[in-house]
Structure formats: C-alpha cells, structure tokens
Design a protein around this ligand. Sequence first.
Ligand code: NI
Length: 178
Amino acid sequence: MSALPLVYYGSEILTGIALPVPKVSSEIKKLVDEMFETMRLNNGVGLAAPQVGVNKRVIVIDVSHIGVEPFALVNPVILKQSGSAEDSEGCLSLPGIFLPVVRSEKITVRGRDIKGRSITIQADGFLARVLQHEIDHLEGKVFVDRIEDRDSVNKEVEALKVRLAQFALTGKWEDADE
Ligand code: NI
C-alpha cells in the first residue's frame, strides 16, 4: 500500500463525471487503502478518486477529530438535503486556497461501504460539508465552482496556477504561506 500522486486543478479528470463502480472488488479496496494513505499524508479530511487520477465514484473521509470513524463510500448519492450554511473550505487539489462556500446544512447520503453493503448516512455540520465537497468531485466540480464571488476566485486561481507551474518544475511548493 502506498500513497498516490495527487492530481491538481487544471487537470481534465477533475472536470469529468466519474464512473459508477459495479462491484466493491479487491481492486477497489486497494484503491480505498491508497486513498486513505494519500489523504493522511497530505493532512486532508476527504479525498475523491479523481483527485488521484482514478475516474471512479469512490470517496474517503476522515473527520475523526469530530468523533466520526474514518470511512469510504462507493457510488455515493445524496438522497435529501436541507438548510444552508457557509464555511471556509480547502481542497488538496487546490493547495493554498481557502474560501467560504455555501452548502446544504443537512444531508442524507446512500452508498456502499468497503464490504459492499448499502449504507445510509445522515449528516450535518462539518461532515455534511465534507461529503458534499467530495461528492462534487465525482461530478467534475471543485469547491471554487460553487462560489459566487468570481473575482475572489479568479484572483486565487491565478496565484494557484503560478504555484502549480513552479511545483511542476521544481517538485517543491514555494512560499507556502499556509
Ligand atoms: Ni477537494
């Protein structure tokens, strides 16, 4: 088991619709393990398969700091959502950008766990936010797509492009100010 390279903003896979997983196979279990490792190595709270270059409907979430066991969801679907809440978000694919995003406050999500069993999760607060963020990735959306203030987003994204270009050249993040 090893961490996988992250895919960054600007990569085509982050804008595509990820494919449903027909069966939670050993290949999917291995992917989940590698996604957990990648997420932890990068201090993330959630990760979607397209962010490691895999076009499949798989997400992993680790919000153990709020008392929820880490879990993976395959083919997650939002069944219900209600309310509205705004909070700051970031994303491992857009390093260094943190901006407020409006999302549903409460959601009900159904998917398959790592054993292939159907599970339903009712979530609010931070977990609801992380779930929505990761499920968005499966629809080819990143969090800045949800922000209405396009001027702020464009400014941040331009600066990110410079950081990504430097990273591509040197393999290092310059002037990490976070
Ligand atoms: Ni993300």
